[in-house]
Design a protein around this ligand. Structure first.
Ligand code: GUN
Length: 291
C-alpha cells in the first residue's frame, strides 16, 4: 500500500476559481474586495510570498494594495499606516507580513488592525472568538488544512488528532479548529515526552514544527492522514516536516511539499478577504469558506 497524495495545489486552484465567481457576483452589486499587504524590511522569503499574494489577489478580481516599508520604519509610522488602512473603505482585508524586524512589537502591531479586517486571524479578539466558538476570522494555514482534512475524511468527530507545534500562526489555531470539529486533540511540542509513540496514536497527524523531515514513517499510524505544514529549504531543495519517503508506505493519505498545504494558505487568505467583504456589506458569509 502507498498513501494517497492530497493535491493541495489542485484544491487551492478550485477554491480560487470559486472565489473568482463570487467576486464577479459582488461586482454586479458595485462591490470590489480589497486586500492590503504590508511588508516591512527585505526578508527574501517574505518578498516571495508577498509577490505571489499580490498576483493571486488580482487574478480572482480583487484589488491589491501593497505597502513596502524599510526595515528601519519606526513603530509609530507602521501604526499610522494601519490606522489609515483601517479607515479606508476600499480595504476589506489587512495583512502585515511576519516576521517583523526586531524593534517592532508584533503583538501591538497585530492588535492595531481592525478585527473585522484581520484576514490573518491573529488579532487577540479573533483568537478569543475562535477559542470560544464565536464568529471569527480564522488563520489561513490551519483553515486550509481543515478544508483538506474534511475533504479527505468527511466528519472528523471522534478522530484522534495530534498537532506537532504550538505556534500562534498554525499549531494553536489548528488545535482549536480540530476541537470545533469534535476531534480529540493533543498538541505536541519540543518538550513532549516520547513523541513517536504519541504520533502513532493519531488518525490525523499535523506537522508544523519547521524542522526538515523530522517526522519519520515509523511514527505514523498505518492509514493515518498526514498534513505536512513544513516548508524547509535544504541543499536537496524544499522539504516538509515529514520524511515523505518513509511516510508514504505507511500513511493512508499525505500532503506533498511543495504542492500540499502551501497553495492552500493564499487561497484561504483570499477566502477570508471575501468573507470580510461580505460581512462589511451586511451579506451572508459565502458558503464553505468559514469553519
Ligand atoms: N508569515 C508566515 N506565515 C504567515 C502568515 O500566514 N501571515 C502573515 N502575516 N505572515 C506570515
Amino acid at each position: 500500500m502507498t498513501a494517497a497524495i492530497i493535491d493541495g495545489k489542485a484544491f487551492a486552484a478550485g477554491l480560487r476559481a470559486r472565489i473568482a465567481t463570487e467576486v464577479a457576483a459582488l461586482a454586479d452589486r458595485g462591490i470590489k474586495p480589497g486586500l492590503a499587504v504590508v511588508l516591512v524590511g527585505e526578508d527574501p522569503a517574505s518578498q516571495v510570498y508577498v509577490r505571489s499574494k499580490g498576483r493571486m489577489t488580482v487574478e480572482v478580481g480583487m484589488a491589491s494594495f501593497e505597502h513596502r516599508l524599510p526595515a528601519t520604519t519606526p513603530e509609530v509610522e507602521l501604526l499610522a499606516l494601519i490606522a489609515r488602512l483601517n479607515a479606508d473603505p476600499a480595504v476589506n482585508g489587512i495583512l502585515v507580513q511576519l516576521p517583523l524586524p526586531r524593534h517592532l512589537n508584533e503583538a501591538a502591531v497585530i492588535n492595531a488592525i481592525a478585527p473585522e479586517k484581520d484576514v490573518d486571524g491573529f488579532h487577540i479578539l479573533n483568537v478569543g472568538r475562535l477559542a470560544t466558538g464565536q464568529r471569527a476570522m480564522v488563520p489561513c494555514t490551519p483553515l486550509g488544512c481543515l478544508m483538506l482534512l474534511r475533504d479527505r475524511l468527511g466528519d472528523l468527530a471522534g478522530k484522534r488528532a495530534v498537532v506537532i507545534g504550538r505556534s500562534n500562526i498554525v499549531g494553536k489555531p489548528m488545535a482549536q479548529l480540530l476541537l470545533r470539529d469534535n476531534a480529540t486533540v493533543t498538541v505536541a511540542h519540543s518538550r513532549t515526552a516520547d513523541l513517536p509513540a504519541l504520533c502513532r496514536e493519531a488518525d490525523i497527524l499535523v506537522a508544523a514544527v519547521g524542522r526538515a523531515e523530522f517526522v519519520k514513517g515509523n511514527w505514523i499510524r498505518p492509514g493515518a492522514t498526514v498534513i505536512d505544514v513544513g516548508i524547509n529549504r535544504t541543499e536537496a531543495g524544499l522539504v516538509g516536516d515529514v520524511d515523505f519517503t518513509s511516510a508514504l508506505p505507511v500513511a493512508g493519505a499525505i500532503t506533498p511539499v511543495p504542492g500540499g498545504v502551501g497553495p492552500m494558505t493564499i487561497a484561504c487568505l483570499l477566502a477570508n478577504t471575501l468573507t470580510a467583504t461580505a460581512r462589511a456589506n451586511g451579506l451572508p458569509d459565502p458558503e464553505g469558506l468559514t469553519p
